[in-house]
Design a binder for this molecule. Sequence first.
Ligand code: AMP
Length: 419
Amino acid sequence: MNGKLKNNEKQRAAERKTAWSLAEFEVAPQEGHVRFHDLSLPDALMRGIHRLGFEFCSPIQAKTLPITLDGVDCIGKAQTGTGKTAAFLITIITDLLENPLDEQFDREPRALILAPTRELALQIADDARHLTYFTDLNVASLVGGMYYDTQIKQVKGKIDIVVATPGRLIDFMRKREVFLDQIETLVIDEADRMLDMGFIPDVKSIERATPTPENRQTLMFSATFSYDVLNLANRWTRDPVTIEIEPEVKSSDAVEQKIFLVSADEKYGLLKHFLQHDDIERVMIFANRRDLVKTLSGRLKRDGFDCLMLSGEVPQAKRTSTLEKFKRGDLRILVATDVAGRGIHVDGVSHVVNFTLPEDAEDYVHRIGRTGRAGAKGKSISFACEDDSFQIPALEKYMGAKIVLEYPPEEWLDKQKGG
Ligand code: AMP
């Protein structure tokens, strides 16, 4: 773990030394899209955004950033997968970079993000570290259930952004390891889940330890706007702007979904059948792990299919060029992991293939949301073998609908070459 961390830091130091200018981050204006370039963000942040491969703002970013960058409070109705994390992080990072403090005050955190679960908090902290990659800003994550000592060490140094779960943050406050009186931006993420999980008393104490709503910016996000959520928003924000983003297709009419029940060694043959016989304009094939994506893409190439892969191990420049090719229509088949495939918004993806079913129903929704966009019809084809079939009930429950299950006919399976 430590070795890995060091390597990352080494790599970061090396990357930071290389020269960079905004001219390297070219995105041509496109109607109906907001570019990060249109928001006058600091260069160091733009470089981090470029490194992540983002080009255009997602809808929630396009709606919130022009408001929140002006310091206005915001209540956002948005689920995960919409890009809400980057929306509030970009707001915070811009503020911190544009308004540096004198050294003597420069110890206590200036931004606080509260999330209900450890996983979400760690994910946010990770996103924050990526976006601050080329800055001197420090991010600390204070979450329950793990390494108290390491977390204490984090807050002993200069800290700018704290991402925390409420319980653990209260522990730190009681031990006087963290002070919140310099907080300029408070983010409360997944407020509805905070309520469901009984964290509101903790969040209230935390909120009281920060400057008053008039003296800080408050951003609240929630997937639902219940009476209780709005009530809290009313107390904690000042003249907020409310922004609602519709969730991506859940069980959308625009996407026809089918699950084929097969054995593991029949999957590849069936995939080939669809690639050869279905009317595919552009297809994204998802698999759960990087190594599987690599093997699959290699095998398709050997069989004469023009395909490329997107996964965390593909260098950024290659990822960008692959995506460009796919967008232009010069590439028909893209094999991707969930993480690499998430932010991709390309119209004209006629098919999504789930070579393996994702372990998380939310990922399934993201995957099938890559097709059926912009008024077009899309098809989602999933392969379920003995290892993935057990996920089907959870998927159906999450989608609130049954998914058609089918056994493929023998002649589609190409058994000799499958496996
Ligand atoms: P979130 O809703 O914050 O969990 O974000 C969902 C995913 O979208 C994450 O993997 C982000 O890295 C990715 N993402 C966020 N903003 C953008 C963007 N503007 N362009 C492409 N991907 C994005």
